[in-house]
Ligand binder design. Structure first.
Ligand code: WTA
Length: 651
């Protein structure tokens, strides 16, 4: 398999192009290149007129009077409008006579299944919204959700939206420490969890983690526990309540209240370039519009489709393309609780065949694992129901793309490589599959309404095939509104780096045909198995260990994960570098952040290479971690011998 560094070279040489079939084009929502160009041009020439037209696809309690108020860097979209996100995702489908249609086809890891129709969803969500109200939750309050991928996770999010409470979903793989940090930053009042969730045949002890987190989360008064795994958990009287007991006592009637377009919908924490994750704030109307329109355009969703996005609701992909986008569009979708290789390496293909999934959206890291597991697994299943395939989260190497196209898509399914971010709320660059011929490794072109440019540090557009920084030129409805509790950081990070544009922190190039190729982050954010992680976050976890004096963390190319986590550690005097200690430090990082941050390599060093002004020379460390010879200039190194010593300390 090619490594991601080899990938950059192979991407530069990639010239293959895959146009959609005539039949696909004929039936697509955006049919043909001309239709795409026209729609995109219209959105560029008259952004507010364009978005106002699109906004008619939502159901409003009161219409807006102003499409956009823009005081850079603060946007207000659809000012004066009132709506309810949950109503748009549930009630309106029931009122349109589609109540008996399946909304969620749930498959638990142990093999248990449930179907929730839109009628079911309305009843469950209304009832749980009343549960939250009965616990004193009001519009504007923050509710933490730390749950496995089960229907109740979706119900909990929608119940918050129904009553105007902001949800803050924390991925179930994060540790108790990480849950507590997020609770405290958001001043969460209530947490919803489960006793546990199934992962590779084992129960992840979510409630146990919550107990630890709550000892450090003074703002959280209440904990609601869904019984998923029938494991015994500790229930603190007066603080902890069973979901099923509270629900049984709550009415199923809870009319959706109208909220302002700019009413906060949720906060979702993501890694930036500092040690502290930032709470990305999204608001109601613009976010819902971005998620639902992109879902419609990019996945070409039709009423006959069965859609499956494998993302966990703990990530933005789960928010936009499991919950808000597909449900606002009235989709029928699969949700699966567990691992792709449980009980065997064909679980995903078995699910696709069983539910006749037609649109499948996953991550390159998963595809690389499937390749490693072998072709026999997908080949054993009937995947003929598939018609669109998607990827997200990291660049996809052409080899993985071709495998996905051939083995999974049978050569007939367009692959939508979707570039976007927690901050953008919705897909920004991706092929509209009935219009744009795809090229392996390219996210192709911006979706309608999005004005992407590639510029130099001063903000000047660069030429074809010249690499530069990816920026977005005009505000768009689903953009983040701020960083929760830190507007200065919002301004600084996104709107101060490049004049007059939103700075994505990704590098990119545009080829001669106008196709965009994403080159990866230009800041200290790692992409580990499609998950964002800051080097500083891991460093600050490491230095919290009493035996660690200093730590530097860099990414190194990895065939499976995209990037692996390489750590360089100096110890406090008197401590010995041992294999035992490496193990201890790995576990320490897992405890501080979560298993997704487990270091791959730990090297002990006597000193870290620094510039004369004391900055750690990460470029050199990246070369060492990747086993490359350093070509860069090392003359500012404080101590030349440091480099030689580091090389000796091979993992
Ligand atoms: C990277 C995930 C290449 C990128 C939706 C971005 C991608 C970061 C792609 C955001 C893609 C996401 N091709 N790189 N198709 N999609 N990225 O916030 O570096 O978890 O800045 O959002 O992932 O990660 P986030």
């Amino acid at each position: 398999m090619t490594s991601p560094s080899a990938n950059i070279t192979s991407v530069l040489k990639e010239t293959r192009s895959f146009p959609p079939s005539a039949e696909f084009v004929a039936n697509a929502h955006i049919s043909g290149m001309e239709a795409y160009r026209e729609l995109w041009q219209r959105s560029k020439d008259d952004p507010t007129g364009f978005w106002a037209e699109q906004a008619e696809t939502l159901t409003w309690f009161e219409k807006w009077h102003t499409v956009l108020e823009w005081n850079e860097p603060h946007a207000k979209w659809f000012v004066g409008g009132k709506l309810n996100a949950c109503y748009n995702c549930v009630d309106r489908h029931v009122l349109a006579g589609r109540g008996n249609q399946a909304a969620l086809l749930f498959e638990g890891e142990p093999g248990d299944t449930r179907v929730l129709t839109y009628n079911d969803l309305l009843r469950e969500v209304s009832q749980f919204a009343n549960v939250l109200k009965n616990q004193g939750i009001q519009a504007g309050d923050v509710v933490t959700i730390y749950m496995p991928m089960i229907p109740e996770a979706v119900v909990a999010m929608l119940a918050c939206a129904r009553i105007g409470a902001m949800h803050s979903v924390v991925f179930g793989g994060f540790s108790a420490e990480a849950v507590a940090d997020r609770n405290n930053d958001a001043k969460s009042k209530l947490i919803i969890t489960a006793d546990g969730g199934w992962r590779r045949g084992k129960v992840i002890p979510l409630k146990q983690n919550v107990d630890l987190a709550l000892s450090k989360s003074p703002t959280v008064q209440t904990c609601i526990v869904y019984n998923r795994c029938n494991t015994s958990v500790e229930m603190v009287a007066g603080r902890d309540f069973w979901w099923h007991e509270l629900a049984a006592a709550a009415s199923t009637d809870c009319p959706a209240e109208p909220f302002d377009s700019e009413h906060p919908l949720f906060v979702l924490y993501t890694s930036g370039s500092t040690g502290k994750p930032k709470g990305i704030l999204h608001t109601t109307a613009g976010y819902l519009l971005g998620a639902s329109r992109t879902h419609h355009w990019v996945f070409d969703l039709k009423p006959t489709d069965t859609y499956w996005c494998t993302a966990d609701i703990g990530w933005i992909t789960g928010h936009s393309y499991v919950v808000y986008g597909p449900l606002a569009n009235g989709a029928t979708q699969v949700i699966y609780e567990g691992a792709p290789n449980q009980p065997r390496e064909d679980r995903f293909w078995e699910i696709i065949a069983k539910y006749r999934v037609s649109i499948f959206y996953t991550a390159p890291t998963a595809i690389r694992a499937f390749i490693k597991w072998g072709d026999q697994w997908p080949k054993a299943h009937d995947l003929s129901s598939l018609r669109v395939l998607g990827t997200v989260g990291e660049p996809i190497n052409p080899e993985a793309w071709i495998w996905y196209h051939t083995l999974i898509g049978g050569g007939r399914c367009p692959i939508v490589d979707t570039w976007w971010q927690t901050e953008t709320g919705a897909i920004m660059i991706a092929p509209t599959p009935g219009a744009i011929a795809t090229k392996p490794g390219s996210a192709t072109m911006p979706v309608p309404g999005i004005h992407a440019e590639i510029v130099d540090r001063q903000g000047n557009p660069v030429g074809a095939n010249e690499g530069g920084l990816l920026v977005i030129k005009h505000p768009w409805p689903s953009m983040l509104r701020t960083i929760f509790g830190d507007d200065a950081r919002y301004r600084e990070q996104y709107w101060s780096q490049i004049p007059g544009a939103y700075f994505t922190a990704d590098g990119a190039r545009r080829d001669d045909d106008g196709y965009i190729w994403i080159m990866g982050r230009v800041d200290d954010v790692l992409n580990v198995s499609g998950h964002r992680l800051s080097t500083m976050e891991v460093e600050s976890a490491l230095v919290q260990h009493p035996k660690v004096a200093e730590a530097a963390v860099v990414g190194r190319p990895d065939d499976l994960k995209g990037e692996a986590i390489a750590c360089f550690v100096t110890l406090v005097s008197g401590e010995q570098p041992t294999e035992e200690l490496k193990k201890e430090l790995r576990e320490h990082v897992v405890k501080e952040i979560g298993a997704l941050a487990r270091p791959d390599d730990i090297r002990f060093a006597e000193l870290l290479p620094k510039t004369r002004s004391g900055k750690i020379m990460r470029r050199l460390l990246r070369d060492i971690a990747a086993g490359r010879e350093s070509k860069g200039d090392t003359t500012t190194l404080e101590d030349f011998s440091v480099m030689a010593k580091l090389r000796e300390s091979d993992e």
